[in-house]
Each structure stands twice: as C-alpha cells, then as structure tokens.
Design a protein around this ligand. Structure first.
Ligand SMILES: [Ca+2]
Ligand SMILES: [Ca+2]
Length: 460
C-alpha cells in the first residue's frame, strides 16, 4: 500500500508489548490484529476529527471508527497499562495548519493515570509523532504531541535536513530518521506492510515515532526500572546533533549547556548511547510542580511591536514543592486575536533560553476562539534553574495589521528539587551527562560554600 503523508492513511495507533518479561508473542486477547503483520482493511473515515499519520504495526484499532471520541482514545491509551510498556501513537489533530486541539477530559485522565500508575507505577511510555503539517503548522497546537507525558518525535531525513512535512515546536524532545525529500525508494523507511507485504516507503513523523518506540524498548530491555521520566532524561542526554541542519532555526545551548533545536529537539536518538546509559541509570529524584506565577489582567497586543510581560518567580523555594532543576515548563495562555494564525508567542527563561511557543500559521484565520487556557510547553529549558524573571512576548506576523488581548499567562514549572544527574555513573567524559553532572557538582559546591559562609557570618 502506498503511504503518503499528504494523502489517505492507514491504521494509526500502535501498542507495543516490548518488555523482555513478556515477549512470548502472546498479544493481549483484545487485540484484533495478530502480530506481527497488520491486516487492516482500508476504511472510509468520514469526518473524523483525528488525522492518522501512517503507521505500520500491530496495535489497537481505534481510527477506523466513523468518528473518534474521547472515550475511544482514553480506552486505547489505557489498554492494559500493566502489561504494555510503550504506546506509540502516530495520529493527532488534523495537520491542516488551523486546528488547535488536544486530549479531552477522559483521555487526559487516562494519560495521567498511565504515567502515574502504568507499569507498576514506573509510568507508561507514550511516544507521539510530532505531526506532518510542515511549516504551516505548529505542533504546540497539537495537545497530544505537546503534552509533558508524551515523548514527541520529529523526523530528520537522509541528508540531515528537515523534512518538508516537519512541524516545529518547543515541545518536541528528539528526532529519528524518516523518508527523504525526494521520492526515491532509498529515501523511505522499510518495514512490514498490510496484507503480508513489505514497503520501502513508510514516511512522515509516523515512521519516526515507532523507531523511537523501538529505541526506548531497547533501553527498557537494558533497564526495566526506568520510569517515564527517566526515559525523557535519557533522551535529552543521549540524543545527538550530528549533522542535523535546520535552515530556519539555529542550534542553541540552553542555560545549562544542553544543545537544542526548535525543530529537532535535542537531536537524533542514539540507540547505542541510550542503552549504555540506561544500564547503570539511577532513577531521577521525585518530581515537583510549582505555579511560578500568573498574569490575569487583560493586556492588549499591539498591531506592531510586541506585548512584553515579565514574571519573577522563586519557583516555590522554601515550600514543599520547590522546583530547582527544570524538566518541562508550561505557559498556560488565554488569548484572543483578530487573526489567530498571525500570533507569535515567545518565552525566555531566567537563564536566557528563548522558546518559540507559537509560530505563525498562515492558514489559521480564527477570529473568535483564540487559545483558552492552552498549555504551551517547552522542553528547551531542561535542567535550568527556574528562579528569576521569565519574559513572555506576544506579537503579530502577517500581511495585515491585527489586534489581540492576552487574558492569562500562568507559568507552570515541573522538575526536581535535587540534582538529577549528580549520582549517575559517567562512562564517557565527553558526554552531555558528564557536562551536566560537573555543572551540578559545581553548583552544589557553590551553594554549600554560600551556606557555610552565611552560617560563619551569622555566628560572628
Ligand atoms: Ca500538527
Ligand atoms: Ca510531548
């Protein structure tokens, strides 16, 4: 079957039972397709609100319904969470460049339950394709990909460039390889196909996400104790820039020296490095959540120039839920605009890392709905100190002048109180782990010196 990321697509949801503990090839009895070959017939989906991106694996059939509902999504992603380790999803809101949509109540609850209770409390691993909407779309408008609980994966192509269908956003964590720009068979992804066939042309971020699921399965095989957050830390630490080249967005280093790109995340997954690091990985410290602050007074966004808002936070220091080392950061934003697609939102951390929370979407001509408490997410401030002044900038980019009103900006900080890498075993002294651990040790030393100086001064 030809797979075309622009055209009709087939089965989009895969649930992989990948832990070595239950590899006997006995699929859960409710799976309707036998492993390992998918046999899904073509279906006419009608006005389904979910756009499957092509996928080629055994799994739970959910997209061949007349329409998708919250309950179907919820029951699919919470299917046998004690048996299934990794859920790989290559579907999402329609990639038409004007949709803003995400998980509803039941699906959100199912995801929360998955990461909190799945796999005996270590958390279900949700791998998500970041989307095939190209430069017209922004994956931060896709609430599944931009969720903190999903590892969203973008594509790199055979020559290291961005694929034409790639969407960029600050919530993407990493990338794997997918089909190239030219339609030659060598440039596609080879895998099993429907009706006992194979294909050399699997494509899009939907081919990238299952590759990532495979890499995570290898990491789990090396260390079954990994939590859903360990997997994200390992992804950040072992993904590589290599020769990946994004013509639009530069590679930059965040406040703790981790190199990232707006389109590729922390780079392309390195299965060998990840498995090696997974072997002696120690589970990261407990996660805390802090509301860093909130702006609730309506503020006008001018037709030219920018609305710039500042928010200074102690990241709940001195409280139980102090967040010192960031994992995810969310900017929950309520905003209306005369043209939503022309809105640009950037956020800069106290350590100076700028995340593009929303880029222009030229096809989005919404004038009414705007964003209602929408959680824009960034992974780019990973490892940073959350304390200090955060800046939010909102402006318009487009041909005609627009107006808008920001009604809410709430800064949500998620991460650990103690240094996540300080106890990790370093085997490669050139690695990001080595660099991060050194940084943490120096900071701990500084803080200890500061504390003892304070106590000496206090005594005198
Ligand atoms: Ca999209
Ligand atoms: Ca995500």
């Amino acid at each position: 079957m030809p797979f075309d990321h622009q055209g009709q697509r087939e089965a989009g949801f895969r649930i992989a039972r990948l832990s070595p503990g239950h590899q006997e090839g006995r699929p859960p009895t409710t799976l309707r397709t036998p492993a390992p070959y998918p046999t899904l017939p073509p279906v006419n989906r009608g006005p389904a609100p979910r756009a499957p991106r092509p996928s080629l694996s055994t799994g739970i059939r959910m997209l061949d319904q007349p329409f998708m509902t919250d309950i179907i999504e919820a029951s699919s992603i919470s299917h046998m969470p004690q048996l299934i380790d990794i859920y790989s999803a290559s579907w999402g809101p329609t990639d038409n460049g004007k949709t803003v949509d995400g998980p509803r109540e039941l699906t959100l609850q199912a995801m929360a339950d998955g990461v909190n209770k799945g796999r005996g409390g270590k958390g279900s691993i949700y791998v998500w394709a970041s989307g095939d909407g190209g430069s017209y779309d922004d994956c931060n408008c896709d609430g599944y990909a931009s969720s903190m609980w999903t590892i969203s994966i973008n594509s790199a192509i055979n020559d290291g460039r961005t694929a034409l269908y790639d969407e960029s956003c600050s919530s993407t964590l990493a990338s794997t390889f997918s089909n190239g720009r030219k339609r030659n068979p060598e440039a596609g992804v080879a895998t099993t196909d429907l009706y006992g066939n194979c294909t050399l042309r699997h494509s899009g971020t939907s081919a990238a996400a299952p590759e990532a699921a495979g890499v995570f399965a290898l990491a789990l095989e090396a260390n079954l104790g990994l939590t859903w957050r360990d997997m994200q830390h390992l992804t950040v630490l072992t993904s590589k820039r290599n020769q990946l080249h994004d013509e639009v967005h530069q590679w930059r280093r965040n406040g703790v020296g981790l190199e990232f790109n707006h389109l590729f995340g922390y780079g392309v997954l390195d299965a060998g490095a990840m498995v090696k690091m997974a072997k002696d990985w120690k589970t990261v410290p407990e996660r805390f959540h802090c509301v860093g602050g909130s702006v609730q007074d309506p503020e006008k966004i001018p037709p030219t120039g920018k609305l710039v808002l500042k928010l200074t936070t102690a990241a709940c220091e001195g409280k139980e839920n102090f967040v010192r080392y960031l994992e995810h950061v969310q900017a929950v934003v309520t905003v209306n605009a005369t043209r939503r697609g022309d809105l640009n939102i950037n956020m800069t951390s106290p350590m100076g890392t700028k995340s593009i929370l929303l880029s222009r979407r030229p096809r989005d001509d919404d004038t009414k709905v705007g964003f209602d408490k929408w959680p824009f997410m960034t992974t780019h401030t990973w490892g940073e100190d959350a304390r200090g002044t955060w800046t939010l900038e909102l402006g318009f980019v487009g041909s005609a002048p627009q107006k808008g009103v920001l009604k809410e900006w709430t800064l949500m900080l998620h991460g650990t109180q103690s240094a996540p890498y300080i106890d990790q075993v370093v085997r490669d002294y050139q690695s990001k782990l080595a660099m991060s651990k050194k940084e943490e040790l120096e900071e701990e030393l500084d803080e200890a010196v500061e504390r003892s100086l304070k106590s000496i001064l206090g005594e005198n």
